[in-house]
Design a protein around this ligand. Structure first.
Ligand code: PHE
Length: 333
């Protein structure tokens, strides 16, 4: 019995098996238990010897069972540690660092530039009233930009702003002159997507209102800003234009980024790049619409496409790249 039991215990490799062995020898009907029960049947003088022997065997089996149990527990633990081990040496390169989006880099740069010139940065909502987006800006009732085919209407009175100019209106209605603000953000027009158009794009708006503000202040501000942004050798050209909310109004061209005014294939030999921003003296009616006395105050405003500036700055020839969030593109910034 003893040798059998010890052999069995040593070869057991799990706790269930061990319990099975214990029952086999020492359970109620176990081999050793039955043997001890038979004691009465053996001769009196042999009882102490057999009894002692049986007890010794029982103790030995118990000891072996205990040792085997410890051994199996250790094995289970070792196995678990092995299984749960985390290999910190792999996949450490699969995590990629994010990058600032080129549009946000441009917006930050523009805002910093205007802050250095004394402007404050304000924000306005992307969902606007027809009043702020068109009416207060002196936009004629029948102006084509109001058409359903040009503007995303949410209701009859609410739309997705088609430019950042409604932020001017909000600023003038809420604050007293002197005012010197810029505001950048998303704008929306019902355009088909092509290389240079997207129904969602970005503008930066500027507004200055104070006593004695003239066209000279406007031109000076724009000239300084263009030179700071694109380089000291950049020239500007103001072309007369029309906006309902400014009078007089102008569009501003910048010398060609490639030839710097010499004339090349990019600018068709003109030396000028495409128009970069719209601007003008705030229309007296617009001041009045916002509760500002046009006899006392005057102002200028300007607005520019941030997407276009970003594309020119980084040589991006397809506006879609700005909105596709392709990592291979974004990683370059
Ligand atoms: N809001 C005009 C546009 O979207 C730009 C502009 C802003 C023009 C301010 C003049 C003054 O085209």
């Amino acid at each position: 019995i003893r040798e059998d039991a010890i052999d069995n215990i040593k070869s057991a490799n799990n706790l269930d098996k061990l319990e099975e062995i214990r029952v086999k020898y020492m359970g109620k009907k176990g081999e050793l238990t039955l043997l001890l029960r038979e004691m009465g049947k053996i001769a009196k003088e042999e009882r102490p010897i057999i009894g002692r022997l049986a007890n010794e065997i029982r103790e030995e089996i118990e000891k072996e069972l205990f040792l085997a149990k410890e051994r199996i527990k250790e094995e289970i633990k070792a196995e678990r540690i092995e299984k749960e081990k985390i290999d910190i040496s792999i996949s450490k390169r699969s995590r990629r660092l994010g990058h600032r989006h080129p549009l946000l880099i441009t917006i930050d740069e523009l805002e910093d530039l205007f802050i250095s010139m004394g402007f404050s940065v304000v924000e306005g909502p992307e969902i606007e009233t027809v009043e702020n987006n068109f009416d207060a800006l002196n936009s004629p009732e029948n102006h084509p930009s109001r058409d359903l085919t040009d503007t995303f209407y949410i209701t009859e009175d609410i739309l997705l702003r088609t430019h950042t100019s409604p932020v001017q209106i909000r600023a003038m209605k809420e604050m007293e002159p002197p005012l010197k603000i810029v505001s950048a953000g998303r704008t929306f027009r019902f355009d088909d997507v092509d290389d240079t158009h997207s129904p969602m794009f970005h503008q930066l708006e500027g507004l200055v209102v104070d006593e004695n503000i003239t066209m000279a202040n406007l031109m000076h501000t724009i000239n300084i800003f263009i030179k700071e942004l694109f380089g000291k050798d950049m020239k500007t050209r103001f072309r007369p234009h029309y906006f309902p909310f400014t009078e007089p109004s102008a569009e501003v061209d910048v010398s060609c980024f490639k030839c710097k005014g010499e004339g090349c294939s990019v600018c068709n030999g003109t030396g000028w790049s495409m128009e970069l921003l719209g601007c003008g003296m705030v229309h007296p009616k617009v001041l009045k619409n916002c509760g500002i006395d046009p006899e006392k105050y005057s102002g200028f405003a300007f607005g520019m496409g941030i997407d276009r500036i970003t594309m020119v700055k980084y040589g991006i020839d397809n506006i879609r790249l700005l909105f596709e969030n392709d990592n291979r593109f974004l990683e370059q910034f």
